[in-house]
Design a protein around this ligand. Structure first.
Ligand SMILES: *[C@@H]1O[C@H](CO)[C@@H](O)[C@H](O)[C@H]1NC(C)=O
Ligand SMILES: *[C@@H]1O[C@H](CO)[C@@H](O)[C@H](O)[C@H]1NC(C)=O
Ligand SMILES: *[C@@H]1O[C@H](CO)[C@@H](O)[C@H](O)[C@H]1NC(C)=O
Length: 412
């Protein structure tokens, strides 16, 4: 029995081995950095990575960065301090040819063209190691000071002297984001049109001032085989369906990956109603509704307190689509789940509304479409980085397997 528990704990250790908040908590000199990692939810990203190096700043260096910038800018800047590879003090001094670049978490945000999401690490003369943006011509203005914590080859935390600043990374994004315009650009025109025609756009905009995460189905998702005929829904049901595609919280990809409990959506009106569950496999996140599931395909924006993702399929809540795959119209309930219904304006007659046309003929589901997931975009950036990352992961997998084998030998 004890051995069985040992196996279980070894297995869970290998899947979620580190907690950056806990690692930094004994060090008061990094309390500001630690606090910002939590506020930006970068802690979830770090904890969900198999292999990661966190470049931490002491309170003086961190306050120089934090003082004059909004949280969204601080998040971008700190993302550049999270390397998707393992570097401890020894490895920093053994860089072949003395210089290399490492992919960072900023590369995975989709806001980082070219080398913007990578850092240059150079072993300078006299044992000094310099860090800078990998954008050509950038200065190596930050220096390695010491190791804080290492758990080879899972996580390494090292201190550097100053923040690494990539060109343009401190520029704040346009103040109030136009969500529907953003969705149109991201290939979610149908969803954007529905948000406008129902007035749910306003609900999203208001929520986005506090905290909002949107899961926008792509235009292909609306044309997929098996999508219910939305024209059969009442206005109240359509509003609930749209609100089901958003959370009243800021939940970036790393937080989703570590989410265990069911999550409430904007359509939730009581415990357990209109909620979603999350399942994670490697770097892929799938949302489950109880009726179907959908992969989170890409990040459109991650700028606290707003996060917008695209998803491969419509999220069909069990409350509306629980029984039949194609629901028969239900009269609008007296107690509507959505208070905005009363403010609805009728769909303008002139607005072409593709969703209300008869169902499209069955077609191949667009599973093979080259939509780029967050994991893919990150992996494809640098084959070298990918190779470096995979080796420790493989090593760890082997460790897990051998640990289980040893235990089962004991058991028999
Ligand atoms: C990490 O540690 C902090 C502080 O001990 C704790 O509040 C948090 O829940 C932990 N996170 C996870 C994912 O276990
Ligand atoms: C890193 O920066 C230094 C100084 O700008 C440069 O000489 C070197 O080529 C860069 N390294 C890489 C791998 O780009
Ligand atoms: C958002 O963008 C759309 C399309 O570009 C435009 O029609 C609309 O007026 C914008 N909304 C706001 C609030 O700026």
């Amino acid at each position: 029995m004890h051995l069985l528990l040992l196996t279980l704990s070894l297995l869970s250790l290998s899947t979620n081995a580190h907690n950056i908040t806990e690692i930094l908590s004994p060090f008061p000199e990094y309390s500001l950095c630690n606090s910002y990692l939590s506020q930006t939810k970068l802690d979830g990203e770090i904890n969900s990575r198999e292999t990661v190096t966190v470049l931490v700043l002491n309170n003086a260096a961190m306050s120089s960065l934090a003082a004059k910038h909004p949280l969204s800018v601080i998040k971008n800047a700190l993302s550049l301090h999270i390397l998707l590879d393992y570097y401890d003090g020894a490895k920093l001094h053994q860089i072949s040819d003395g210089t290399t670049t490492s992919t960072t978490l900023y590369q995975t945000t989709g806001n980082a063209p070219g080398n913007l999401g990578s850092v240059n690490i150079t072993d300078l003369k006299g044992g000094k190691v310099g860090f800078g943006s990998a954008v050509p011509g950038s200065a190596l203005g930050s220096f390695y000071t010491k190791e804080v914590k290492k758990m080879p080859y899972s996580i390494s935390v090292i201190e550097i002297s100053n923040p690494i600043i990539a060109p343009g990374i401190l520029t704040a994004p346009a103040s109030s984001a136009n969500i529907t315009a953003m969705l149109e650009k991201a290939g979610c025109k149908t969803f954007a049109a529905l948000l406008r025609s129902t007035g749910v756009e306003k609900v999203f905009e208001t929520a986005a001032d506090k905290a909002l995460t949107v899961f926008a189905p792509s235009d292909e998702a609306f044309k997929a085989a098996g999508v219910p005929d939305l024209s059969k829904l009442t206005n109240a049901e359509l509003v609930a369906l749209l609100q089901y595609h958003a959370l009243p919280s800021y939940s970036p990809f790393g937080s989703l990956k570590t989410t265990k409990d069911p999550i409430s959506t904007l359509a939730t009106s009581g415990a357990g109603k209109f909620d979603l569950t999350v399942s994670t496999s490697g770097d892929e996140v799938t949302l489950k509704t109880g009726v179907g599931s959908s992969r989170v395909a890409s990040t459109v924006t991650d700028s606290p307190p707003l996060c917008v993702f695209t998803v491969d399929s419509l999220l069909l809540p069990a409350e509306l689509f629980g029984k039949a795959p194609s629901p028969s119209p239900v009269p609008a309930p007296a107690t509507s789940p959505a208070p905005v219904v009363s403010t609805l304006t009728p769909t303008p007659a002139t607005a072409p509304s593709p969703v209300f046309s008869p169902p499209a003929p069955p077609m191949e589901s667009p599973e093979g479409s080259p939509s780029e997931g967050p994991s893919q975009s990150e992996d494809s950036k640098s084959d070298k980085a990918a190779a470096d990352v995979n080796t420790p992961a493989l090593f760890k997998a082997l460790l897990t397997v051998s640990a289980s084998v040893v235990v089962s030998v004991f058991l028999s």
